[in-house]
Design a protein around this ligand. Structure first.
Ligand code: NAD
Length: 304
């Protein structure tokens, strides 16, 4: 069973995508009484037409989701137009720390969505008794998915043909790996000018903020939900996907005890193996600076 904590935009849509994929049964929970039950019922009433092979149910009792095979954490506040993701730390941190202490089934894998993502993944791992290989944050895969869309849309080629890789922090200082961006195995340099590549990379960095600006009252959720469902599927079906996820680093690029996105081989037990892409010295410095900023955010908040 896949448990989803938080049944707002991301939580509910992740449940819907999981049902459409038929990955596993889903239980939704939200602190707002009745919300999870109501949304689950609504989605199940679409089942006769959509033909789900799995069920979605809602509960007001958190204990019914805490020891799920996979827990997807989507509880917390979203940013408003003009707001940086880090500004959500004070608001969301207690929620994440609370669940880190309450999830005690040693077989549970946790997918963290709540922002600021890499900070939340770091503090969740700090407070949790689970091995860090079972704690995955939704960061680089979403950024890479957005970049894939932008490249495919620019070139008017099939999105399936476009591959991209993004590592580092899920903020403006994400690292978009140009040498790993290709169209049907060929470098994007064969298809796009230098200027256009820079423009698409900048659009990817600002993709989340642009949606918040446009939508006004909600942050992005279809893209993030699709990625959360993809990660849960990769774990449940053990399909050997290599995906960029935020994870507590263990010496990679000289960084320890801080979560940042790097590609990882995903399996039934979470992260099977971390894959270190080739980075330039500048990219390694950006990665280290990101790690320092995460540590600083956590330290400053603990003194606030
Ligand atoms: P939302 O406001 O639609 O839903 C959040 C839900 O969390 C609400 O229903 C609220 O009642 C619930 N909640 C609050 N505290 C709770 C608690 N202690 N236990 C259980 N439920 C609780 O927000 P959303 O759009 O679904 O986004 C959810 C989180 O995901 C936000 O922090 C947002 O910033 C983050 N997010 C991250 C990414 C990413 O790329 N990692 C992308 C989109 C959104």
């Amino acid at each position: 069973m896949i448990g989803i904590i938080g049944s707002g935009n991301v939580g509910a849509n992740t449940a819907f995508f999981l049902a459409e994929k038929g990955v596993d049964h889903v239980t939704l929970y939200d602190v707002q009484e009745g919300l999870a039950k109501g949304k689950a019922l609504d989605m199940m009433e679409a089942a006769p037409i959509r033909g789900y092979r799995t069920t979605i149910r809602g509960t007001d009792n958190p204990d019914e989701v805490l020891d799920a095979d996979i827990v997807i954490l989507t509880a917390g506040s979203v940013r408003k137009p003009g707001m940086k993701r880090d500004a959500l730390y004070q608001e969301n941190r207690q929620i994440i720390e609370g669940y880190a202490r309450k999830i005690t089934n040693m077989d549970t894998k946790v997918i963290i969505v709540s922002e600021p993502l890499d900070v939340m993944t770091t503090i969740f791992a700090e407070k949790s008794i689970l091995p860090s290989s079972q704690i995955l944050g939704l960061g680089g895969l979403l950024d890479a998915t957005r970049l894939r869309f932008l490249i495919a849309d620019e070139l008017k080629v099939s999105m399936e043909n476009v591959a991209a890789q993004v590592v580092g922090r899920h903020t403006d200082d994400m690292i978009l790996l140009r040498d790993y961006c290709c169209v049907s195995g060929m470098s994007i340099d064969n298809f796009l000018s230098e200027e256009k590549i820079k423009e698409l990379f900048e659009q990817t960095r600002q993709a989340g903020a642009l949606i918040v600006e446009m939508a006004g009252r909600a942050s992005a959720y279809y893209g993030p939900s699709a990625v959360a469902a993809e990660l849960a599927e990769a774990i449940t079906l053990d399909t050997g996907r290599v995906l960029s996820v935020s994870q507590v680093l263990n010496g990679q690029f000289g960084i320890e005890k801080v979560a940042l996105s790097l590609p990882a081989l995903i399996g039934r037990n979470g992260i099977k193996q971390v894959v270190e892409p080739t980075l330039t010295s500048g990219e390694i410095e950006t990665l280290k600076q990101s790690a320092r900023l995460i540590t600083q955010t956590i330290e400053e908040a603990s003194h606030a």
